[in-house]
Design a binder for this molecule. Structure first.
Ligand SMILES: [Zn+2]
Length: 349
């Protein structure tokens, strides 16, 4: 690891380094930092761009999904040609980030985040930016981060409002401290049902990145101790005090060290995807699908498109996207029974 920046790095980061709380020492800390961004949609796109430009040395970009035209309105890393190529978001994001800052290391992970892989995913990073699209994943992330003492920054945006909160295990409240359980399926608005403005997405991501940079540079005294709520349409900015003394002391996660989602006592293998009219199916056991062979088999029954990352198969008015580990997204329904049936019929198991 270098102990000093060269002339090019000094120039690249000059406006950030002269910021009084940063300096060369702070910039060096960022260069040695490793951040995971969980989700490469709206929040993840913006966070990846900001943190890459800020000079975070290593970014792990994790996303299970592929690009669609309706992503371009708010997911600022992507362009029309990425959609035409049908790329996974993590791959398209990596390509763009490497154009923005070729001096950092970017690792894309095209995968669902679940209880089987989350602890390994966070094992070699310093901090996680939450850019997930559902609360089950956030509850799982919360448990993994509390268990392994990784800070993470909660973020969410829908319609014209958004939320952000910084969670540092042993120091602040955790997500479970302020939220007793996952909202019931169908009880929450989705991006599909009520929409989302790009403005609020970028504001929330910006707050998350500012918090991340404070933590990574050791400026802990400046960390925001509140749950922040912002609405760009109603012109409101609210803060709720969630410091430890203002939340219950019997949190199942950070007080009792119960990790129900990590241990499979909660959570499901079938996930209805936010705003996608789609269901994701996760095999109970990890598997390996021979994509070229399956593509040949399926082409006898319906329209098949294949690239090195996935098969896309249109059948019966639905579209199945099948990944090498057996994970499948069934588009055209939110009914897990229909999804399960299509999966067993065309993918197997
Ligand atoms: Zn807690």
């Amino acid at each position: 690891m270098k102990s000093n920046f060269g002339a090019e790095e000094k120039e690249r980061y000059s406006r950030q380094m002269i910021f009084h709380e940063m300096g060369q020492a702070g910039q060096m800390k960022l260069a040695r930092s490793r951040v995971m961004i969980l989700g490469c949609g709206g929040l993840g796109s913006a966070s990846a761009s900001i943190l890459a430009r800020a000079g975070i040395g290593y970014l792990k970009l994790v996303d299970r999904d592929f690009l669609e035209l309706n992503n371009l309105q708010r997911q600022i890393l992507y362009e029309e040609h990425d959609v035409k190529e049908g790329l996974p978001k993590a791959i398209a994001a990596q390509r763009r980030i490497e154009q923005i800052n070729s001096t950092i290391l970017v690792e894309p992970v095209v995968d669902d985040v679940n209880r089987f892989n989350i602890e390994k995913l966070i094992s070699d990073i310093d901090l996680v930016i939450d850019a997930a699209d559902n609360f089950e994943t956030r509850f799982l992330l919360n448990e993994a981060c509390v268990k392994h003492k990784r800070p993470w920054i909660y973020g969410a945006a829908i319609e014209s409002y958004g939320l952000a909160m910084t969670i540092i295990p042993d120091k602040t409240a955790c997500l479970r401290c302020i939220m007793d359980h996952i909202p019931q399926p169908g009880s929450m608005s989705t991006c599909e049902s009520v929409g989302v403005l790009a403005s609020i997405v970028l504001i929330i991501a910006s707050i998350q990145c500012a918090e991340a940079i404070k933590i990574l540079t050791g400026n802990h005294h400046e960390i925001n101790p509140h749950l922040i709520s912002i609405d760009v349409w109603q012109n409101s900015y609210q803060t709720i005090d969630v410091s430890k003394e203002h939340v219950p002391k019997n949190c199942p996660v950070c007080n009792q060290h119960r990790f129900d989602f990590l241990e499979g006592k909660a959570g499901s293998a079938f996930t209805t995807l936010c705003g996608r009219n789609a269901v994701q199916i996760l095999p109970f056991k990890a598997t390996h699908v021979d994509l070229p062979k399956l593509a040949i088999d399926l082409s006898a029954m319906g329209v098949v498109k294949v690239n090195e990352y996935l098969i896309r198969f249109e059948i019966e008015g639905y579209e199945l996207s099948i990944f090498p580990d057996g994970r499948t997204i069934v588009k055209g329904t939110t009914d897990t029974g229909i999804a399960r049936s299509l999966y067993s019929k065309y993918v197997g198991n």
